[in-house]
Structure formats: C-alpha cells, structure tokens
Write a protein that binds this ligand. Sequence first.
Ligand code: SIN
Length: 282
Amino acid sequence: MQISPLTPGLGAEINGVDIRRLDATAINTLHRSLLDYKVIFLREQDINLDELQQFSRHFGELTQLPYIKPLEGYPNIIRVLKEAHEVNMGVFGGDWHSDFSFLEAPPRASILYAEQVPAVGGDTLWIDMAQAYRALPREQQTLLQGKTAIHSGAPYGVTHAPEDSSRFKGSIQIERNNPQADRETRHPAICRHPDSGELLLFVNPTYTIRIDGLAPAHSDTLLASLYQHCTRPEFSCRFKWTPGSVAVWDNRSTLHYAVNDYDGKRRCLYRTTIAGAAPRPA
Ligand code: SIN
C-alpha cells in the first residue's frame, strides 16, 4: 500500500489496495491510517453494496440512521443522491457537521462510496477538530473546559439550509419530526478521542444548538467564533471524487461538508455508518 497525505495534518490517499481482499496487515494499516489522518481515501474500487457492507464492518458495527430512509433491502446503507434535475435546492450534508452528533452515542466513523459523480464539482471537505482545538486561543480553551454543548437533529435542513421549500422533496428521503432525532442531547464541548487521546472540539453548526449555562447571546457569539476558527483552510482537506472512490472518516475528530456546486449533474454515492460510543470528556 502507498499512503499519500493530502495535507500535513489531515487526509491521506491509500493506493495499491483492493478493499474486497484485505488481510489482517492491510486492515491494521487502514485502522492506523484512519487514526493518523482522520480521513482516508481509496480510489478505483469496483464493489457492490454487499462488498461495501463487508468492507465497512472492518471499522465496527453498522448502524441505522434516525431520520433518513435507507436503501430498499439494505437497512444499513443510505443513498446520497442528487439527480441532475434537482436544481436550486439544498443538498444532504451541505453544511459543516459531524454525522448525527445529536445521538447519545454518535457514530465513530462513516464510509462513502462514489458510484457516479460530476466530472467537476461535488467535492467533499473535512476539517480536523483536534488541530482546531490546539490552535484555539488559551482563553477560549479555558472557557470551554467542562462546558456542555447541546445537540439536536431538529434544526437539520431548517436553520442552515437554503430558503427553498423543495429541499425535503429530493432524492434523499428525510423524515421530519422524529422524536429520536429532535430531542436535545448533551455532550462535552471538549472531548478526548478514545483511541488517540487527542483533545477535540466537539461542536458543529448543523446540530449544536447552544452551550449550556451561557446566556443565549453569549452562546451564539461563542459558537459563531468557534465555527469561524475551526473552518480555517489550514485545518481542512478537500477530496475530488471519481467513480469508485471510497472515503472513510473518523466522525469524532472531524467535521465534513458536501459542496453543492453541481446543479444539472447527477451525483450518487452510498453511505454506511459505524456505531460509536458516548463522547468522553477531556
Ligand atoms: C454526508 O454528509 O455524509 C454527505 C457527504 C457528501 O455527499 O459528500
């Protein structure tokens, strides 16, 4: 396997591997690379959905998602699809987020497999929340120490999506008013990664609704300044999909963002999600 980092801190492409045939050494290398680079990419994989599930299970137990209709016959796979005719509308994952951070036990990882992608556009970006934490001004690190952030699935596609009533009628079926997603969940604002021990900023603009114990205006200002800080290009990497690409990301230590710049082109990926545990305080 050849491992080529995309940036000094985040993201690596791994070549020379067929994900249908992995021995113990290859699986260990993938686990190690995921820990080191937080998101790994494998190109030119020719797999079917059963093979996607089989590959995904190397990273843990597959989980079902609270408000997204899974693929017929595959309860653990969702299709991330935008058809060419679906224009001027929001896109699934089109703002910075960590997948389902509003769950008591947010996923540990997610995996996307690209079937069809535009020749240009439809990239995905990730940011490294450990680097973002380390680069925070000392006063903000101190202010956040011991603080709890409140997460909820209720604002998804409402607060941070384009003003367009068609946004829930697209190819990806999102069910609203699901009490499992809409209730409030408490997580430490600063977490410790269970495997690397790194400290992580664990808030995101899609699901974090406030910092507990702060006046609403103070909480809003603080979160806005944290988002401005953590989305700096220095903490990010960007992946240009090609058909057959696979991305695996650590969902505890990164946020990601699907770039919605390809109206008129079809983009179709399949996603699995790996069960996680409640975030550990710093
Ligand atoms: C997601 O948030 O899982 C979707 C990312 C993408 O479509 O690039």
